[in-house]
Unconditional design. Structure first.
Lengths: 561, 84
């Protein structure tokens, strides 16, 4: 039987279920005569719970990081607040009942308040209330949870306290009825690298303890009671998936070079701190593209020079290798009100990126000054987006000089020889790359936009998205010309578009002479492995063959798609 | 007394995790701290009260501090809400 849900952590596993039933122990209402004694107990369990939470916080800080561990501080604060406990006290005093029952009633009241909130994040907080109250009741019962959770856990939902206990030697997979992509379940599952599928309607009724299941979290499917054929099929899939993952891990710490010793650096594209973390985990040899527009989003005013400086400095302090910072590349397609770009008919052909910056010098200078200050004693480089004419580049460089002069006046340090590069993402820039190569220290080919502008296709338009292809010979010619022109002037030519993460096109790119490849963190090891299996000498004549093929279909065939 | 108006612009609502960072910081100060949303004003050192405000993206809130270290409090607490 096939069951679907939402995959929140990839992988495949075949195993047996372990049903985590809801905390449904009967809590009996008892009449209490000595209310004061009962209240004293409350203070005792409050202190015990706070101690438990402190321990849990310290433990999970090490296991899963401060961000996730913070939730236990939240639980502690909710106890210290006294609002929950005051209500428990009130019930005990007014109704003269046992604390356990009062806690249960309080839990129901608060859970109801949260579940009725408009906002989905707030509604999920009901889980936290349940978690806290369970903790208090468990302390009352003197219950130490000795059950070793193992196998494939099936539950309605999982609280932070439950997930933190998961040992990946025992817990092999997770199936829950609730929980989004950013819930505790999801985060812990990904951290432990175990497959997890949530949003499985009625999971607790569909599965019994000990059922044999297959979880294919790569396709969001669960198979209940699989037959022999099915099990064999998935065992194979699982082996392949696990082997691939392990073999990629081997590439951590390895050099970026072809099998005949040519160096092709593999760097990471990033937009924020999380991306940086992933880049480091995957052994990126630097940052090939820092998309700074994300620093301008989700706020109501421009980032200050100091904010720029500290963000860039943070990155430089945490990763070695080159760090290419691209200046603001934003347009009417992103909703950022304070920037003042009005709604346009054609935002991709409009007032964006370098055009906006050259027109708003103060904003531009602020960012450049931040980049310059962070460049002192670091490997930071600056890159301008969407250049389409020599005048634009020249104006940008004049503003860069202005920023340098201001910093000298302010007696702030910066790298006077900071490398300056540009994106080759407009056909204009690619066609004039011979002229531009004399004016910059490096190129980075942005294939996403280059393809759209050159083939004249909107890749988000269903009707024409199949025309969006790097295998259109025009694109490959532009890339080849750019690389050749760049090398004539001895400058570095890299690529940061999605094409760079397509392993089948890597041999061609290497044959053309690409110097650097920058990809999303999750692709780094895959590309490193691909490069290691390419022989550059043998790939050099690939381009000539591509020219002979002429059509997209023939080119794809040549490149073994 | 000092106050600061902020547009809460974070995708993630002001729930347990971000709000507890706020409360922990608020507790470090001697002054009174309050958060106002609309006509509701609550004690900024009480997590449950803040959660009940249901602060989400697009809400205008006001942080109010009164006491000896109110300037520092407003400064640091405002930073937490915007960086969340």
């Amino acid at each position: 039987m096939k069951i679907t849900g939402k995959s929140v952590s990839k992988g495949i596993i075949i195993g047996n279920t372990y049903i985590l039933k809801l905390q449904n122990q009967e809590i009996i209402k008892e009449n209490i005569i000595n209310v004061e004694e009962e209240i004293k107990k409350l203070n005792f369990i409050k202190e015990a719970a706070i101690k438990e939470l402190d321990d849990l916080y310290n433990f999970s800080k090490k296991e899963v990081g401060d961000n996730e561990a913070q939730i236990f501080i939240g639980h502690k604060l909710l106890l210290e607040d006294n609002e929950l406990l005051d209500r428990v006290k009130e019930i005990v005093i007014n109704e003269k009942v046992n604390i356990k029952w009062a806690i249960k009633k309080t839990e129901e009241e608060f859970v109801s308040i949260f579940r009725n909130m408009k906002n989905v994040y707030m509604r999920e907080r009901a889980t936290d209330i349940i978690d806290i109250c369970n903790r208090l009741i468990n302390i009352l019962d003197g219950q130490i949870d000795n059950n070793v959770l193992s196998g494939i856990i099936v539950a309605n939902e999982l609280t932070p306290s439950q997930t933190i206990k998961f040992d990946k030697r025992h817990v092999k997979g997770i199936i829950t009825e609730k929980g989004g992509i950013n819930s505790h379940v999801a985060i812990i599952a990904r951290m432990l690298e175990i497959p997890a599928i949530t949003n499985v309607k009625n999971a607790l009724n569909l599965f019994n303890d000990g059922d044999e299941v297959v979880i294919d979290a790569n396709s969001s499917i669960i198979i209940l009671n699989p037959d022999e054929k099915c099990i064999k099929h998935y065992r194979n899939l699982k082996n392949n998936f696990d082997l691939e993952k392990e073999s990629l891990k081997e590439y951590i710490g390895k050099n970026d070079e072809t099998n005949d010793g040519y160096k092709v650096k593999v760097l990471s594209n990033i937009a924020n701190i999380n991306d940086l973390k992933m880049a480091l985990e995957n052994d990126a040899k630097g940052i090939g593209l820092f998309r700074t527009e994300f620093m301008y989003m989700n706020r109501t005013s421009f980032p200050t020079e100091d904010e720029h400086y500290s963000s860039y400095k943070y990155i430089a302090e945490n990763i070695e290798g080159p760090i290419i910072i691209r200046t603001l590349d934003i347009g009417g397609d992103k909703k950022v009100d304070y920037i003042g770009i009005e709604k346009e008919e054609n935002p991709f052909l409009g007032y964006r990126a370098i055009r906006y910056c050259l027109d708003n010098e103060e904003v531009f200078v602020t960012q450049i000054k931040g980049i310059l200050r962070a460049s002192y004693n670091t490997n930071i480089k600056i890159m301008f987006p969407m250049i389409s004419s020599l005048e634009e580049l020249e104006r940008a460089k004049v503003i860069l000089e202005k920023a340098k002069e201001l910093l000298i006046k302010e007696e702030k340090l910066f790298n006077k020889d900071i490398e300056v590069g540009m994106m080759i993402e407009t056909p204009a820039a690619a066609i004039l790359s011979d002229i531009f190569a004399k004016e910059v220290d490096f190129f980075s080919i942005g294939t996403n936009d280059l393809i759209q502008y050159t083939v004249a296709v909107d890749r988000t338009n269903d009707k024409v998205e199949n025309l969006y292809s790097p295998h259109n010979l025009s694109i490959l010619r532009l890339i080849k010309n750019t690389i050749d022109n760049g090398h004539k002037e001895n400058i570095m030519v890299g690529m940061c578009g999605e094409v760079a993460s397509d392993s089948k096109i890597i041999p061609l790119l290497i044959g053309m002479g690409i110097d650097e490849i920058s990809v999303n963190p999750s692709k780094i090891l895959n590309i490193r492995k691909t490069i290691a299996n390419v022989n550059k000498e043998k790939s050099i004549n690939l381009y000539a063959q591509v020219e002979q093929c002429k059509t997209v279909e023939k080119i794809k065939k040549l490149l073994e798609y | 007394m000092k106050s600061n108006d902020i547009l809460y612009n974070n995708e993630i609502s002001f729930h347990v995790r971000p709000a507890s960072l706020f409360v922990n910081k608020a507790k470090e100060f001697m002054c009174d701290v309050k958060i106002k949303k609309g006509t509701n004003i609550v004690d900024g050192k009480k997590l449950m009260k803040i959660l009940m405000l249901e602060i989400e993206k697009g809400d205008f809130i006001q942080i109010i501090a009164e006491g000896i270290d109110e300037d520092k409090a407003i400064d640091e607490l405002s930073k937490i809400v915007s960086v969340c």
